[in-house]
Design a protein around this ligand. Structure first.
Ligand SMILES: [Zn+2]
Length: 295
């Protein structure tokens, strides 16, 4: 309980400090990039163009509370209440294209492969009160269907947010990308509890156990590429941020192949930030495209 109160207080301080979600997103998602030529200007333009659609998945910190409303995963500020916590969060309650969803009964389609262009980055890690997030230096990204999206950050949920045929995984990683026009593309990677994942070690050894400011370990270089499965086929659908303000228009690519995380790795994350999964949302009229055997 004390931890929860502390988190709420810290959250409020962050809101006051950042003023609005835009600022929070731009500052926190990009603060690591201020020394890098070009990246900031592009990112700022993208953030401005995307309006509120960039937070908080795309942000480093409590853009969640950017407009002043604290939210969480249980109790009166839990997912069922998000839509009522702030005007900006109304889509969390009223949206019809919300995430996550149960990926089942999809339509077979051949999608173009995602081309991953991920580079090494100094490990910059933050516990934002809702998840543990690794912020990425500019210069990494994906290209899919001819469109380039810059990798901003990745973070984790436990248990997984998406489900496949009703089955959740122990965890899910979200790699959040944005294109020059401000559109978001999130690559979701299911994480099964199994063998220890050496690619997580550098991050997990430095995993913040409670909400705290971003810390950059200049000498620890990581590459998100190491966290991807060998087969990067995907399910695709249009959805939303899974955290307030639940903005829609997010291009979701949930990889069909999971990666592994050790049972102790899962439990370490769960103690630090879990459970932090939004419940499944209605699919409504949406199609989920699944990799097909066409051609
Ligand atoms: Zn997420």
């Amino acid at each position: 309980m004390q931890t929860r109160i502390l988190k709420a207080l810290t959250c409020a301080v962050v809101f006051a400090a950042t003023g609005n979600a835009q600022a929070a997103s731009t500052n926190s998602a990009m603060d690591h990039s201020t020394a890098v030529d070009g990246g900031v200007a592009v990112a700022d333009t993208a953030a401005a163009a995307s309006g509120h659609a960039s937070e908080p998945e795309a942000s480093g910190k409590e853009s969640s509370g950017g407009h002043g409303a604290h939210w969480g995963y249980s109790g009166t500020s839990g997912p069922d209440s998000w839509g009522r916590l702030a005007g900006d969060y109304h889509l969390c309650g009223a949206g019809t294209m919300q995430s996550p969803v149960d990926i089942a009964g999809g339509f077979s389609a051949t999608g173009e492969p995602i081309v991953f262009d991920y580079r090494l980055t100094p490990l910059s890690i933050v516990h934002n009160g809702h998840s543990v997030q690794v912020n990425y230096q500019p210069g990494s990204g994906i290209t899919v269907a001819g469109e380039r999206y810059e990798l901003l950050q990745f973070h984790f949920h436990t248990p997984s947010e998406h489900a496949v045929e009703g089955q959740q995984a122990a965890m899910e990683m979200h790699l959040v990308h944005k294109n020059a026009a401000g559109a978001l593309a999130v690559v979701g990677v299911m994480m099964e509890a199994g063998s220890e994942n050496p690619a997580l070690r550098e991050i997990w050894d430095r995993l913040p156990i409670e909400e705290s400011a971003a810390k950059t370990h200049e000498r620890v270089l990581i590459n998100a590429r190491d966290l991807l499965p060998a087969d990067t086929g995907y399910y695709r659908y249009m959805g939303s941020l899974t955290t307030p303000p639940c903005s829609e228009g997010v291009n979701w690519y949930v990889l069909t192949h999971p990666i592994q995380a050790g049972i102790e790795q899962v439990s370490k994350f769960a103690k630090a930030a879990g459970p932090n999964n939004r419940p499944l949302q209605p699919k409504n009229h949406r199609l989920v495209l699944v990799p097909g055997a066409a051609d």
